[in-house]
Design a protein around this ligand. Structure first.
Ligand SMILES: Cc1ncc(COP(=O)(O)O)c(C=O)c1O
Length: 441
């Protein structure tokens, strides 16, 4: 909690995805961050168990990133990216492309995950149109999927509170695959659950219903994060890839969370050995030091769109801040740290310790499932009658006060620390959660 002296007027700011009234009654305010720790305004240290919002993969306050941003802002604060270029943005695109699966090497810059998702959906539509299949307009998402908050993202997304208020204005012609979560089949899985590959076949049902010739793309998170950590069943992503390929449907992996080392590889695509047609990214791309996102696209998709256009602009899409100098400086510095410090390998090497520490919560009070992959874990709690999310919300607050930052969705606690975490800090996160759960009714 925060000492009153440090609290400004809270009334004007409308906080995102926050219980505003509850927060403002009992604010928890952060003041600074370094390495694995935040410092709250009351001075207490909080171990970052969530890399901020799944984004500060290299840890907080990295000097190289700070210097790169400072240097860039002094040299050139802003450059328009429409019809003009600056070197760092092209270098950053090459650096991102180098980390993508082979052939997925054309990069479009955005400022966020939501923008990356909407950009990817538009690229899918533009691609089919460029090939003379403009009737392929249907987009397929998945139940419980999170693809940000743009109208495209919430339409293909599958989290009902994010959709219901806007239900009259969602994109038309969208369908959803079922999610893969079933505790009666896959509770306490270590790594990928054995059950659930067959759920990818639901895509065949959707194809049979609408006809493949009307479907542009399928978008999924390879590992669903924001809904509460749903790990893909063994074979599931491979099957989705096979079915999409068979029907000429583009496969988009939303790697906003899984990109840049979260699973112990540059991308989830590399980790699972499944190459989609389009990959969306944000968060870890710049270590969150400057808002940044990107979409990596297979070269032939890019070439088809450019090739089909008359002279002039080939793709009518872009943001004032696409490839912003500060974002590209931050990206280059971030990607250099990942490489120099071998952070993706570090995540892979730590994943066994992390798995064991997470599963030590099996049998802890209220816990009904623990699941994990790479440096991500989900701890599902039994919900209180008529108050879904209340128990996890209380655990979140008590963990924060005890010096550990966790995240929660419904009654699922999610852990996704910076990749620089030490083994003792991993143990500390999960033992603190266990101790806190003991104190909660
Ligand atoms: C998979 C996925 N896609 C998209 C987004 C949206 O990103 P942003 O909040 O940067 O718009 C998120 C954010 O958590 C995400 O996890």
């Amino acid at each position: 909690m925060t000492s009153q002296a440090n609290i400004p007027d809270l009334s004007h700011m409308w906080m995102p995805f926050t219980a505003n009234r509850a927060f403002k009654e009992k604010p928890r305010m952060l003041a600074s961050a370094k390495g694995m720790y935040y410092t709250a305004t009351d001075g207490h240290q909080v171990l970052d168990g969530t890399a901020g919002l799944w984004c500060v993969n290299a840890g907080h306050g990295r000097e190289e990133i700070i210097e790169a941003i400072s240097r860039q802002t002094a040299e050139m604060d802003y450059a328009p990216s429409f019809q003009l270029g600056h070197a760092a943005s092209f270098r950053a695109a090459s650096a991102v492309a180098k980390l993508m699966p082979q052939g997925v090497d054309r990069v479009f810059f955005t400022n966020s995950g939501s923008e990356s998702v909407d950009t990817a959906l538009k690229i899918a539509l533009a691609y089919h149109r460029a090939r003379g299949e403009g009737q392929r307009t249907r987009l397929i998402g998945r139940e419980r999927g999170y693809h940000g908050v743009g109208f495209g993202g919430i339409s293909v997304g599958g989290i009902s509170p994010n959709r219901k208020t806007f239900s009259g204005a969602l994109l038309p012609h969208v369908d959803h695959l079922p999610h893969t979560h079933d505790l009666s089949k896959n509770a306490y899985s270590r790594g990928q659950p054995a059950w659930g590959e067959h759920l990818a076949d639901e895509l065949e049902r959707i194809v049979a219903l609408h006809d493949a010739s009307t479907i542009a793309a399928v978008i999924v998170e390879p590992l669903a994060g924001s809904t509460g950590v749903l790990i893909p069943p063994k074979g599931y992503l491979e099957r989705l890839r096979a079915i999409t390929e068979k029907h000429g449907i583009l496969l988009i992996f939303d790697e906003v969370i899984t990109g840049f080392g979260r699973l112990g590889a540059a991308t989830a695509s590399e980790f699972f050995g499944v190459t989609p047609d389009i990959i969306t990214m944000a968060k870890g791309i710049s270590n969150a030091a400057v808002p940044a996102g990107a979409v990596a696209v297979k070269r032939d998709i890019h070439d088809a769109i450019l090739g089909a256009a008359a002279t002039g602009i080939e793709f009518f899409h872009g943001y004032t801040y696409s490839g912003h100098p500060l974002a590209t400086a931050a990206m280059l510095a971030t990607l250099a740290i990942y490489e120099r410090d071998q952070l993706f390998k570090r995540a892979k090497d730590l994943s066994g310790t992390f798995e064991n520490a997470a599963h030590s919560l099996k049998g802890a009070k209220h816990v009904i499932d623990v699941r994990n992959l790479g440096l991500v874990a989900g701890i599902e709690l039994e919900s209180r009658d008529g108050a879904v999310g209340a128990r996890a919300a209380e655990a979140f607050g008590k963990c924060f006060d005890a010096g550990v930052m966790v995240r929660y969705t419904g009654d699922i606690i999610a852990i996704s620390p910076p990749l620089i975490i030490e083994e003792a800090q991993i143990q500390h996160i999960f033992s603190t959660i266990g101790d806190v759960l003991d104190t909660i009714a």
